[in-house]
Design a protein around this ligand. Structure first.
Ligand code: SF4
Ligand code: SF4
Length: 365
């Protein structure tokens, strides 16, 4: 069955819906257009699949106006899942030569280097060869590896202090394949996922830092019938489990705002774990008016920063405005979200970086 045919029911649910979730889509809230609303995008896919209106450049662009945040699903009575359905519809834009330039160039880069950054990851991974015994193999994700290597040092230090020593796994030299999935290159994604699964056959568990990678390995791989030999855990659940072994010290006198990363929250239902960790490190954690399952999106997923650059930054700006009631630093578990907030000119810090600062604080005068 072709990718779109598997989602026929989801497209038609939306096409015949009175746009119940209209307010929930961060992209259409930014663009203020009906074509990029959940209803508009899903209707374009429905009309194409039922041969009522062929895809053209405009509808192909609209199908790429989705971050895959799954926020619409939370407000849908049918719990319809437009994110995966829209990514499937992107496969048809590839077949018809209508893929937007940003998505096409992502696939070209991936074909060359097997990751979206066009870098060789193996030499980067080699820099973290563990010298002491580790309990868990660690998969940081390419964004941390390429863009925020200090985050890996911070994570290793925090995990060690919490009694859960991690060692960067050799599997980290491979991307999980999320960009292929988000681009709708489903055959390439499935082949990549199978090859990835083979590389971790030796591990009983893999601890993952990047929420998008964890979501891809844990939720998306099984949808593509790729069986994972290892149990996938996020570093947040491992650290939360180890909180009783964390150093006993007071939280830093700081007020921060917490942003739920879409793939960690809605994707993996991990809302409490990162909050418990953050509350141990700082004295005050602000919540946005919409948080948890209904929390906003930072605009970094679904290739949006590559297909609709200005919109993706505007989505981040809007989410930041909702979070920063008094100009607090936005703390998030997602390296991409942090990057998006910074691109929107807002101060943001990774949860692991906050935990490391807390561990480094000296007590007393
Ligand atoms: S996701 Fe649900 S609420 Fe939103 S347009 Fe589709 S069917 Fe309607
Ligand atoms: S998944 Fe997010 S970005 Fe995509 S249609 Fe739904 S609300 Fe909009």
């Amino acid at each position: 069955m072709k990718p779109m045919e598997q989602h026929a029911r989801e497209y038609s649910f939306c096409a015949y819906c009175p746009k119940v979730c209209r307010f929930s889509c961060p992209v259409s809230e930014s663009t203020k257009t009906e074509t990029t609303s959940t209803w508009g995008k899903m209707t374009a896919a429905h009309l194409a699949l039922t041969h009522q209106r062929p895809l053209d450049e405009g509808s192909a662009k609209a199908l790429h106006a989705c971050t895959g945040c799954m926020r619409c699903t939370e407000f849908c009575k049918h719990h319809n899942q437009p994110a995966g359905a829209l990514f499937a519809a992107r496969s048809a834009t590839i077949a018809k030569g209508l893929q937007p330039a940003g998505a096409a160039s992502t696939l070209a880069t991936f074909a060359q280097s097997q990751n979206p950054f066009g870098r060789q990851l193996a030499p980067l991974v080699a820099a973290w060869k563990a010298e002491t015994p580790v309990r868990y193999p660690f998969f940081p994700g390419c964004t941390a590896l390429v863009k925020r290597s200090e985050l890996i040092d911070q994570t290793l230090a925090v995990a060690s202090a919490f009694g859960a020593p991690l060692g960067v796994s050799r599997a980290a030299a491979r991307c999980c394949g999320y960009p292929l999935y988000a681009a709708g290159a489903f055959e390439l994604f499935q082949a990549h996922a199978r090859a990835f699964a083979e590389t971790i056959e030796a591990y009983p568990e893999l601890v993952v830092k990047d929420p998008s990678c964890a979501f891809t390995l844990k939720v998306i791989y099984p949808r593509f019938e790729v069986k994972m030999p290892a149990r996938i855990r996020t570093v947040y659940e491992v650290l939360d489990e180890n909180l009783p072994h964390a150093p006993v010290k007071p939280p830093m006198e700081e007020a921060v705002a917490y942003h739920d990363a879409c793939h960690l929250g809605r994707g993996l239902q991990q809302y409490d774990e990162p909050r418990r960790l953050l509350r141990r490190a700082v004295s005050s954690v602000r919540e946005a008016p919409s948080s948890g399952a209904e929390g906003g999106c930072s605009g970094g997923g679904g290739l949006l920063p590559r297909t609709l650059q200005e919109t993706s930054v505007d989505v981040a700006r809007r989410q930041a405005a909702e979070l920063q009631q008094d100009g607090e630093t936005i703390v998030t578990a997602c390296p991409t979200s942090r990057r998006m907030f910074e691109r929107a000119g807002r101060q943001s810090e990774d949860l692991l970086a906050v935990l490391k600062r807390w561990l480094d604080t000296k007590e007393g005068p």
